[in-house]
Design a protein around this ligand. Structure first.
Ligand SMILES: Nc1ncnc2c1ncn2[C@@H]1O[C@H](COP(=O)(O)OP(=O)(O)O)[C@@H](O)[C@H]1O
Ligand SMILES: [Mg+2]
Length: 512
């Protein structure tokens, strides 16, 4: 790891002349890296300030921090390059958001590894003494040289004072060098709320402010507008109540690329229940509860909510008509994904001919083409929350395995419906996973899934969505495509759950 920091030490000394941006051999401190006095405003603004003593101090700070970052990064849950050795760390932007004690440094860092490189967002806190009660996984260690020699370096999302500062920047729509904080019109944002890092941490990090706002910090960053911001903003601007209203966001300029979305602030839903948890709770009652709840009422409402979201997205964002040839290409893409998956997971192979036939049928069934639009892209029960006002959908980032360009492609709206149908199947099958075969329970679980799938589709149609029953071949192809994705995911991450999508594949392959 010290090799990395040593090579870095050279590269950022050249920071004043090297081109910067993802993929470029840049140093850590851009011309925007000029600092801000403690509690004051950025004096350089918009990156105009030339490198002075402050930016030199930032360069030295980054240099001192890199070895600690290199050790800490691979153990973070959101770090995607697990198992691959890091071959280089190249800071792209380093922006001090606060100096003094405490200090806060915003860092965009390119991480090079065997499989290429990724850009990550880090928010680093510095204090003479680490904050009391700091979680061990939030600590990067103590700096051993540089302008903050001896200071504790840690993940600032766990420091309520520092995340409060971040909210303040969003509230006042500040700019710091390459970073631009943006607000939606509407009521002002309080800047005095304390933030706490969320526990449901997945590929991103969320900070919850009181009971009012949640800030999602994207950890792996790509140039361009994140689809979560793009779609949530479109829905928010259209006045949809089916998503938490967008209050603010922030982004970074990148040299030679589109600005990258870094964070999204939305209303927090304090009374919301997670759809996946609710469904599992209902499914668990199949084991002997004489009065299992009727989740189908909720499934129907969720179908309605999905159709409402689709309608707004179709109005706000482009809609297109795929001609027969393009439908053929859609089917070919699905067939290619199947072949790739079958190469990795042998259990899929015997279903290949039947699944290929289903994809071919898709083209035959749509001789006049197919309407496509922007969709959620990764819909499942865990992306839906039930509030006293009804269902709300979350997380419009799309399927993480796909590139952003792919995720932004208009799709048949029924792709989301098929994905949610798979989720009902998952919730039901969860009851049986890892237990001795129990035909009676399996029958009950299958009945639960079928009832909720039907209710969801009925709700979707009742609220004006395309009736899934009217497009059985499309639905079948979309469900297969999703189940193939699930097979690969489970084989890789949760082999114990592999039977869930494989059972679905078996069913979908044998439908006549
Ligand atoms: N507006 C919100 N109100 C309440 N909880 C939320 C809100 N947004 C997200 N959450 C919680 O955070 C979790 C993760 O959010 P999500 O947007 O799906 O991020 P990720 O990309 O990490 O999956 C959700 O499953 C939910 O429990
Ligand atoms: Mg999510």
């Amino acid at each position: 790891m010290s090799e990395i920091s040593r090579s870095q030490a050279h590269s950022h000394r050249d920071a004043g002349t090297a081109p910067r941006g993802p993929g470029s051999p840049s140093g850590p401190v851009g011309p925007h890296g000029a600092g801000r006095g403690a509690g004051g405003h950025a004096s350089g603004g918009h990156g105009a300030r030339p490198r002075g003593s402050t930016s030199l101090a930032v360069a030295e700070l980054v240099e001192a921090a890199l070895p600690l970052i290199a050790q800490w990064l691979p153990s973070q849950r959101w770090y995607a390059g697990k198992g691959q050795a890091i071959t280089g760390l190249r800071p792209v932007n380093a922006t001090p958001l606060l100096t003094g004690d405490p200090a806060m440094l915003h860092l965009l860092l390119r991480v090079e590894h065997g499989g290429g490189s990724d850009l990550y967002q880090l928010l680093l806190g510095l204090r003479a003494e680490a904050p009391l009660g700091l979680l061990p996984e939030a600590s990067l260690g103590s700096l051993t040289h540089g302008p903050y020699d001896g200071a504790a370096l840690y993940d600032a999302v766990h420091d309520p004072e520092l995340t409060g500062r971040l909210l303040g920047h969003l509230a006042t729509a500040d700019r710091f060098g390459p970073l631009a904080f943006r607000r939606t019109p509407g009521p002002g944002l309080p800047s005095d709320l304390v933030g706490r890092a969320g526990t449901a941490e997945q590929s991103n990090t969320s900070v919850i402010f009181g009971t009012q706002f949640i800030l999602k910090l994207f950890r792996r960053v790509t140039p361009g507008t994140n689809p979560d911001l793009e779609l949530s903003l479109a829905l928010s601007r259209a006045g949809s109540t089916r998503i938490p209203r967008v209050a603010a966001w922030f982004e970074s300029r990148l040299v030679g690329a589109e600005p990258a979305t870094l964070g999204l602030l939305q209303r927090f839903l304090p009374d919301a229940e997670d759809g996946w948890e609710l469904a599992l709770d209902q499914v668990a009652r199949l084991k002997g509860d004489p009065s299992p709840g009727n989740f189908a009422v909720e499934a129907h409402r969720l179908g309605r909510a999905t159709a409402e979201v689709h309608r707004v997205l179709a109005r706000a964002l482009p809609v297109a008509r795929l001609d027969r040839e393009q439908v053929g290409r859609l089917a070919t893409q699905m067939a290619e994904r199947l072949d790739t998956a079958a190469a990795a997971v042998p259990a899929l192979r015997r279903y290949r001919p039947a699944l290929h036939a289903a994809f071919q049928q898709l083209t035959a069934d749509h001789p006049t083409g197919l309407t496509v639009q922007r969709i959620h892209g990764d819909l499942h029960l865990g992306q839906a929350m039930r509030t006293p006002q009804g269902w709300v959908l979350l997380d419009f980032e799309g399927e993480p395995a796909k590139s952003v360009a792919e995720r932004r492609q208009p799709q048949p709206a029924l792709r989301d419906v098929a994905a949610m149908l798979r989720s009902f199947d998952y919730a039901a099958a969860h009851l049986l996973a890892g237990t001795e075969p129990d035909p009676e329970l399996a029958h009950l679980a299958a009945g639960w899934a079928a009832r909720n799938r039907t209710a969801y589709c009925a709700g979707y149609t009742a609220a004006g969505g395309t009736d899934p029953a009217g497009s059985p071949e499309l639905m079948r192809a979309l469900e297969i495509d999703k189940a193939v994705y699930e097979v690969v995911y489970e084989a890789r991450h949760r082999p114990g759950w592999l039977p869930i999508p494989l059972t679905a594949i078996h069913r979908l392959a044998t439908v006549s």
